[in-house]
Design a protein around this ligand. Structure first.
Ligand SMILES: Nc1ncnc2c1ncn2[C@@H]1O[C@H](COP(=O)(O)OP(=O)(O)OP(=O)(O)O)[C@@H](O)[C@H]1O
Length: 391
């Protein structure tokens, strides 16, 4: 093999991105050999673990990449597996340390905790759609599904794949933005492999057969802590925490584990729901978290005949924003109002967020606007409150 053929082969392999680690396989030490003889390219690829769920994808991508190299007639991929030392080197390359990066005041990831007073108001649906919209504009997004008893994020994103465990590092499943939904900014960031993806971790990925999670507070706290320390999220622009409804143990645990998370409170327009939602928002007085704003969901829907159906009444979102502003003595804006929309429910059932499945639908338009507002808040330390420790 000539030097230039070797270089061409290596460059082609450098375009193969590991689907979980989002980095070129050449940078991750996964390519252990690459030769080209008599038109046959033979590539040795070391996977992180035996039974790696991404094996088929990586094999196909390697074959496709080298097929484009001049002189290659046939591509043979030889798979082997990393030993403990190779996995240790991989962790080092990734810079994965067993610490919670989101607790570090210098960490630049914007963290939003999506909270609600009552269950079933669409908190998880809002979470995945905000994630989907932010990822479509090229941001690297993570979701921690902290709704431990009512986890639904994996299903809402159509995730069936389990996380991969590499020693004590957990690689979360990654959801790619469909190419037709990538916004121009994501295309521009094309050389940045993290762009336009969502990494998700949920307790639902660790319990078999949809069994209930019958754990007490300390165990749940430990599990969430592990999500933040052991899961390799990479360098995220935005992390969304889908909290369980109410102001229980988990919401408090999360506020301690990620003190600079801003709270987004989801409520229906029903005035009776506002009292409960207000409690979820005023929790910030004890946790020191910033209340970023209110999302009203299940708002009035325009029917095909032009009439307006206010299934859950109206005005609750604005009322909640005003009441929270008064109780915490800070301006809490209404970030947006998402109408009741069959397309939103259908997208959820199909495992595709409505902002991807039906972008022009009324709910998708409203969710995009809310995501835009969050996007404009940018990334960085500005505007953050100092954490207050709970006694
Ligand atoms: N605007 C909407 N229009 C139509 N259906 C909606 C809307 N928002 C949510 N839904 C549907 O309402 C149901 C509850 O939504 P979701 O699971 O997101 O609520 P949740 O607040 O996260 O619930 P829990 O806290 O109990 O897990 C789902 O079936 C979802 O598809």
């Amino acid at each position: 093999m000539t030097d230039s053929a070797g270089r061409a082969l290596w460059n082609a392999l450098g375009t193969v991105i590991d689907p979980e680690l989002r980095r070129p396989i050449t940078e991750l030490g996964m390519v252990v050999s690459a030769t080209l003889e008599d038109g046959v390219a033979r590539v040795g690829v070391q996977l992180t673990i035996e039974g790696c769920p991404m094996r088929g994808t990586i094999e196909d991508d390697v074959r496709a990449a080298v097929a484009g190299v001049a002189g290659v007639r046939e591509a043979v991929v030889e798979i082997s597996f990393m030993d403990a030392e190779a996995r240790r080197r991989l962790r080092e390359t990734l810079g994965h340390t067993k610490t919670n990066p989101f607790a570090d005041p210098a960490n630049l990831t914007r963290v939003y905790a999506i909270a609600s007073g009552k269950g079933g108001v669409g908190k998880s649906t809002v979470t995945v759609n905000l994630a989907a919209s932010l990822a479509a504009s090229g941001l690297s997004v993570g979701i921690v599904d902290a709704d431990v008893h009512g986890f639904s994020v994996p299903a809402l994103l159509g995730i069936t794949q389990a996380p991969t465990k590499v020693e004590d590092m957990i690689l979360p499943p990654v959801v790619e933005v469909p190419p037709e939904r990538r916004r121009p900014r994501a295309e521009a960031a094309g050389s940045e492999p993290d762009a336009g993806s969502i990494r998700v971790i949920s307790i639902g990925m660790f319990v078999p057969d949809n069994r209930p999670v019958a754990w007490r507070g300390p165990m749940l706290h430990r599990a969430l802590e592990q999500f933040l320390t052991d899961v390799h999220f990479g360098d995220l622009d935005v992390l969304l925490l889908d909290l369980p409804p109410g102001t229980g143990d988990i919401a408090i645990s999360m506020s301690q584990l990620v003190p600079h998370a801003g709270l987004v409170v989801v409520s229906t327009p029903q005035h009776a729901a506002v009292d409960v939602a207000e409690r979820a928002g005023t929790m910030s007085l004890q946790t020191g978290q910033e209340v970023v704003g209110v999302v009203e969901n299940m708002a009035a829907m325009t029917m095909p005949d032009g009439s307006v159906l206010e299934m859950f009444g109206s005005g609750g979102g604005q009322l909640l924003a005003e009441r929270l502003s008064r109780s915490i003595e800070k301006d809490v804006p209404l970030l947006g109002s998402v109408p009741l929309d069959p397309a939103l429910r259908e997208g959820g059932d199909a495992g595709v967020p409505v902002v991807w499945s039906a972008p022009g639908s009324p709910s998708a338009v409203a969710l995009e606007e809310i995501a835009d507002g969050l996007r404009r808040r940018g990334r960085g330390l500005a505007g953050r409150q100092l954490p207050v420790t709970l006694s």
